[in-house]
Design a protein around this ligand. Sequence first.
Ligand code: ADP
Length: 540
Amino acid sequence: MLGNMMSGQLLISGLIEHAEKYHSDAEIVSRTVEGPIHRYTFSEAAKRSRKLANALVKLGLTKGDTVGTLAWNGYRHFELYFGVSGIGCVVNTVNPRLFPEQLTYIINHAENQYLFIDLSFVDLVESLEDELSDVKGFIILTDKDNMPETKLKNVICYEDLISEESEDFDWPEFDENTASSLCYTSGTTGNPKGVLYSHRSTVLHAWIVSSGNVAKVSSSTVILPVVPMFHVNAWGIPYAAAMFGAKLVFPGPKLDGESIHELIESEKPDLLMGVPTVWLGLLQYLSGANKTIDSVDTALVGGAAAPRAMIQEFEEKHNVFLMHGWGMTEMSPLGTATVKTAEMDNMDLEDRYDLQQKQGKAFFGVDMTIADDDGNELPKDGIAFGRLLVKGPTIVERYFKAEESAKDENGWFDTGDVAKIHPEGYMEIVDRSKDVIKSGGEWISSIDLENAAVGHPEVAEACVIGVLHEKWDERPLLLVVKTSDGNPSAEDLLNFLDGKVAKWWLPDDVIFVEDLPHTATGKLLKTNLRDEYKNYLINK
Ligand code: ADP
């Protein structure tokens, strides 16, 4: 028997309409590419999203068409999230940090009809223009006074595009499973793969992210998402803020410690969001300049494992709870978080850090298990570890334009991560399956070794890779960037690690490097390092 309830569709246009009706005065503050700080309210954002919708229809866009963005976190990008998806088109947020060949691949594969670009990326797009197969025009996200000289063809100024349009627009009703936005994974090997979100998955994810067990988003929350809107929709926070009327503070192009601190001082966010490298920059600035971040209560960190030293420094120097979140582009992106519990309040700090280092508990809607290579489920005892498998309504079913499903025969999506699940439900990432070091048939976690190494006060960043070994197949090699005033020896570091990890995990050697390569989303890029150092121990 069916229930007797209405079945309204969960649509992204509903979020901005709701924000206008109930949180019209909530602010959106943006550091602009042009320089000045811009501020307006959800009421104005909603009106301008409707003007944009009218303009998009005039450009000839119809349901299912795709448009791309190359833009920082800012109010015009925010309007595109709602204006484009709201009319049934798809917004493809392209990560400008990717290589030119990857950018061209993505823009063509997505069949973007128009590109909306920030001033910072005009030169970049000029260099790609000849390769772009479907793009009919370029809209520059600025006003008339700041329009640049450019050789791009069919260029439109964003403010000109929307200025004469009506503030009235009736958002169309359609099936909530309609596509809304498209993000590509960075693809450290092979071409990037597209994940096509729906209105339903986006609204469900916004609810999940806002919940008490994750970011606790409400009309009294002030959020500074440093995580870019071109990286998995800024973890869904623009939608969540509209759902609950939270104030948003967009950092624009300036993501260095000093600029972020300046925004924290002026806008008083209580929640920050970003990847570990961003927090490393902020903490270094705060400590060098002797500054504090008093308004901040929680910093959500994800995209890569947060080292214990970072959790500790946020807590002990700044009274900020560093909440670990784990997820991936394929999961919209969040799947777990380590929220602060009442139990943690009464814990010894070191025990609490043990918990905070884990990636957290799954949310309602995310089913999770671990399995061996043959697909047999493993015990969730905090000891066994294996492939981390997930399923749920915010998780990819197939990649964009793929013929085959991304699910296995039991309906699970293999995350490519290796993890443990503890009896009380905490998930702990051991490693990426391709990064785990296979020494004599046993596994060594590169992440655990890196986290232990950055606990040394003279280590700025650490990277562990598996390299060939005659007897053990693979052994760990530690690459280290020293702090500006540090000068540890290899022996110092190995002595420091001794006792913090199993003896047979200790790296076979330490190499000091000036810097380490990162992916376009801030993760350590290990593929090239593995190639470069593959025979290091054999030739030594
Ligand atoms: P890309 O950077 O390639 O676009 P994603 O941003 O989707 O990909 O990255 C997903 C991967 O990042 C996860 O599968 C996991 O390996 C890693 N990751 C994300 N969050 C965490 C975390 N909190 N701890 C450890 N690893 C993480």
